[in-house]
Design a protein around this ligand. Structure first.
Ligand SMILES: [Zn+2]
Length: 463
């Protein structure tokens, strides 16, 4: 089994003691971390491969707890629309994608995540179900081929949504069982499946209970958008015909619990925060996207005070226009401070936990998120010898307030070197970028979206 040494870096372990090691050594054997400590020449000599992290910070890979790679082709289309108008604009592009186009969009998203230092992601996919095949296979294949650790959170819609995206609960049950059989736990546990409704009103009460049962039957977590804005809570009351808010509804239909992941949670009452906390439900924040839509932002300090496990996310590139969890950390601190009028409302140290070890727990991956013996080897190195990170007095604050995804140099996922010196080793990036430019334009044209004819030049243009 290959042993790899990551040596001479400043190691932020993100373990329970918050250990930071100067001139450190991390040894990886197979998929696992087998040693963490100060540099030890004798131990390093037992390794077959070396990653020199001199001048770099070694950090657990970041956890992007919620995104929509299936919407990557919608990047920069509609970021100045209202949320639901934006969704209506993007959906025809997705409906125009066949399995090959979806694979290209998903692979592009995986590469973008890896290059930002995200070693784990949750892909909340919603695509029109197809007769005779499961379109989600394309997402799983892209995750598998890119080398990233990922969960495909399959969204379901049954009513009040574009009809071609909708399915019956029987169709949902059979598709989920097939996908779980093929992919849940595949690649030695690197790939997983979870489920949930895309929007709170696309299921009725019975639909929620059935989805909960399907999740339990297949050993899956529930992953869903929750209370995205006051407008959404008003629409919930309208669709369910009574004065009820989303978290209250989820409690009523048995859809809260430690295996439930609630993304957004912008408009929640104190009582709803109590319900989330009492049930052990995890909450995932995507502050850059919330601020972009202008739909408000969650009172993060109240969630922390209530003892809720929190993760951080980018949301999809079509909403956020990027996949940089460093941005999410910084925006999370900024929004928490603004909401509470208190500069200590979310510290850099806690934001970094949410992006690593706490986020890993939030999405049900406690075997990742920190650099500790026995955990899966998901790590990144970050180049610290740069003007915007100097002087490096406080590495945690520097990472949260000053660093960006492009500072990540190497990424190891499940013990495998997936990016070295910013070159992704699992995918031909140049070929992929050229391909997606064409495929995405074709899908947009098929969806009737007019795009400017502006293009960048490529080497092939000069031939
Ligand atoms: Zn989302």
């Amino acid at each position: 089994m290959t042993r790899t040494a990551i040596q001479h870096g400043l190691v932020l372990t993100m373990d329970g003691a918050g250990r930071i090691i100067q001139d450190g050594l991390v040894v990886i054997e197979g998929r696992d971390i087998v040693a963490v400590g100060p540099f030890d020449a004798a131990l390093a000599a037992t390794c077959d491969a070396v990653i020199d992290a001199t001048g770099r910070i070694v950090l657990p890979g970041l956890i992007n707890s919620h995104t929509h790679l299936c919407m990557t082709f919608g990047r920069t289309i509609g970021p100045e629309r209202r949320l639901l108008e934006w969704l209506d604009l993007i959906m025809p592009i997705m409906a125009a994608m066949d399995e090959d186009a979806l694979y290209a969009a998903e692979l592009l998203g995986c590469v973008e995540n890896i290059k930002n230092g995200n070693t784990s992601l949750v892909e909340n996919i919603f695509m029109p179900p197809q007769a005779g095949s499961d379109i989600e296979d394309a997402a799983f294949r892209a995750l598998r081929d890119s080398g990233i650790r990922g969960t495909v959170a399959r969204a379901t819609e049954a009513r009040a949504f574009a009809p071609r995206f909708c399915e019956t609960s029987a169709e949902q049950a059979s598709r989920v069982a097939r996908l779980a059989g093929r992919w849940h736990g595949a690649e030695s546990g690197r790939l997983r499946l979870s489920i949930g409704p895309l929007l709170p009103w696309v299921l009725d009460e019975a639909g929620f209970r059935i989805t909960r049962r399907i999740a339990r039957d297949n050993g899956l977590a529930l992953h869903m958008h929750v209370a995205e804005s006051p407008e959404f809570n008003r629409m919930i009351a309208q669709h369910f015909g009574r004065d009820i808010r989303q978290v209250e509804l989820l409690e009523e239909v048995g859809c809260l619990g430690p295996d439930v992941q609630a993304i957004a949670c912008s408009d929640v009452s104190p009582h709803e925060i109590e319900l989330l906390a009492a049930s052990g439900t995890a909450v995932l924040f995507d502050p850059p996207t919330r601020l972009f839509w202008g739909t408000g932002f969650p009172p993060i300090r109240e969630f922390i005070t209530a003892g809720i496990t929190c993760g951080l996310a980018t949301n999809g590139a079509a909403a956020n226009c990027g996949q940089d969890v460093f941005e999410s950390m910084k925006y999370a601190c900024a929004t928490a401070k603004t909401a509470a009028n208190d500069p200590e409302a979310l510290t850099a140290a806690r934001a970094l936990q949410m992006a690593t070890v706490e986020g890993a727990r939030a999405i049900g991956q406690p075997d990742t998120g920190s650099i500790e013996i026995g955990k899966r080897a998901d790590l990144i190195t970050i180049e610290a010898r740069q003007p915007h990170l100097s002087p490096l007095f406080d590495p945690q604050k520097a990472l949260v307030y000053s660093a960006r995804g492009a500072d990540v140099r190497d990424a190891v996922i499940d013990g495998r070197l997936v990016m070295r010196d910013r070159k992704v080793l699992t995918v031909d990036e140049d070929a992929l970028l050229a391909e997606v430019d064409q495929v995405a334009r074709r899908c947009a044209a098929r969806a009737g979206i007019a795009l400017p004819e502006l293009r960048i030049t490529r080497e092939s243009d000069h031939a």
